[in-house]
Design a protein around this ligand. Structure first.
Ligand code: URA
Length: 433
């Protein structure tokens, strides 16, 4: 078989066979197929799409590209969670310690930032010493010891996705249903979870702009899960504006730690309670969603959820003194306020523009080998529905360079639409599928 023939076949819009898909994934994973050949095929998939069978075959080939974690003996009722990507999305850092503390065993494999969306792995690595690439035996030990492991793909789970993910990020191929669905589901299947809950983000800061597209992506992922014998549910969430108030890696860790101590914005609280209560239900810990929400709040109020996060950080080699004293996180050298140019109501805050600014500031990558600056990002002080006065501070830019800070201030100001009409705060949970 030749990779050129496979590329040509997809370029012409034809359906690839299981053997051709496996040939591509295995060849790319072991280095026989080059980055540029993989880029050509990925671009063809992006443009021509894939059938349901192709997406399933692609997912399983990616899942099988490394080890498959079997948690059935140590954690039979585990529930995994994944987001299709967003701006300021620090939900995993808050939600997973909460549910682990309640008693759901968690093994969660996350990714780096993709396109303008942030990645949980980059956020975890903002904690000095935190190792995301622990091996499978350590993952299992950690789950047995403390009930949670938050890891990256370097643990030889779905390594083909790791390579494709990094490549897609730099060739404009992130917003494709077959590629997103296979990327997410291969990681989830390889991580061994029986139950999977997916946060399918929808809006200007997400890969799916409309509810129809988000529903379609959900349908595809649920179908892959069913074929693989996994129980999958999807919750559509609004990604027109950033989640919470911070965008940028260490800024988001700080927000997450505060949230674990009970200090949460309304949108974060709604997402945590909704996802958490369904996760408890999926794990067989209670069918009454309202009761489950109360249990989650109790876990936060008692300090147990925060303690679980500290335990997790320590177990994976992170310096817990940063979590215990958030002032220790190094600050960006330029912290510049963004002031409103007029009075009125915020009718829109573009997650997409804020995401772009955060990448420009260095919180995300332009090329796959780029490093990131964990200190930089944006703090939004005002969001859609809020009233503002002229010259009031609406955001702060955290930058490592004065010119970048100056550019970012203008762009962040442009991300806001301020009009003389009152609007309601947008709903966060859009649908449960
Ligand atoms: N998250 C992933 O893991 N992969 C994608 O392609 C998008 C979001």
């Amino acid at each position: 078989m030749s990779i050129i023939d496979v590329i040509e076949k997809k370029k012409e819009g034809n359906e690839l066979s299981k053997e051709e898909i496996e040939f591509f994934i295995n060849g790319y994973n072991n280095g026989e197929i080059t980055d540029y050949q993989a880029a050509a095929l990925i671009m063809a998939i992006c443009i021509k799409g894939m059938t349901v069978d192709e997406i399933s075959d692609l997912t399983m080939a990616m899942a099988n590209s490394g080890e498959m974690l079997d948690l059935s003996d140590i954690a039979p009722n585990t529930v995994d969670k994944h987001s299709t990507g967003g701006i300021g999305d620090k939900i995993t850092l808050i939600l997973m310690p909460i549910v682990a503390s309640i008693g759901i065993p968690i093994v969660k494999m996350s990714g780096r930032g993709l396109g303008i969306t942030g990645g949980t792995v980059d956020k975890l690595q903002a904690i000095p010493g935190y190792k995301t690439d622990i091996d499978i035996d350590e993952v299992k030990n950690n789950v047995e010891d403390i009930g949670i492991a938050l890891i990256s793909q370097s643990s030889n789970l779905a390594p083909a996705d790791k390579k494709m993910y990094a490549l897609r990020d730099t060739i404009g191929c992130v917003d494709s249903v077959p590629l997103i669905a296979s990327s997410i589901m291969s990681k989830k299947i390889a991580s061994g979870a029986k139950n999977i809950i997916l946060d399918v983000t929808c809006g200007k800061g997400a890969f799916m702009d409309t509810k129809t597209d988000a529903k379609n992506l959900s349908k595809v992922m649920k179908n892959i899960g069913k074929k693989a014998g996994r129980n999958v549910m999807c919750i559509l969430t609004n990604m027109n504006e950033p989640v919470g108030y911070s965008v940028g890696n260490s800024l988001e860790v700080v927000e997450a730690v505060k949230a674990l101590k009970g200090e949460m914005t309304e949108d974060v609280r709604e997402i945590i309670l909704t996802f958490g209560s369904y996760m408890l239900k999926m794990a067989g810990l209670g069918d009454d969603l309202e009761e489950n929400e109360k249990r989650i709040l109790k876990e936060i109020e008692s300090g147990k959820a925060y303690k679980k996060f500290v335990e997790l950080v320590g177990k994976q080699g992170g310096d817990i003194s940063y979590v215990e004293n958030l002032e220790k996180f190094e600050k960006a050298p330029f912290i510049v306020p963004v002031k409103s140019e007029n009075s009125g109501y915020i009718t829109d805050l573009s997650a997409e523009l804020i995401g772009r600014v955060s990448v420009d500031l260095g919180a995300g990558r332009m090329k796959k080998e780029d490093g990131i600056d964990h200190r930089v990002g944006i703090i939004v002080c005002k969001k859609t529905g809020d009233k503002v006065s002229k010259d009031e501070i609406i955001a702060y830019v955290h930058a490592n360079d004065s010119k970048k800070a100056e550019d970012a201030v203008l762009k962040v100001r442009n991300a806001y639409t301020i009009l003389d009409k009152k609007v309601k705060k947008p709903s966060v949970i859009l649908d449960v599928l």
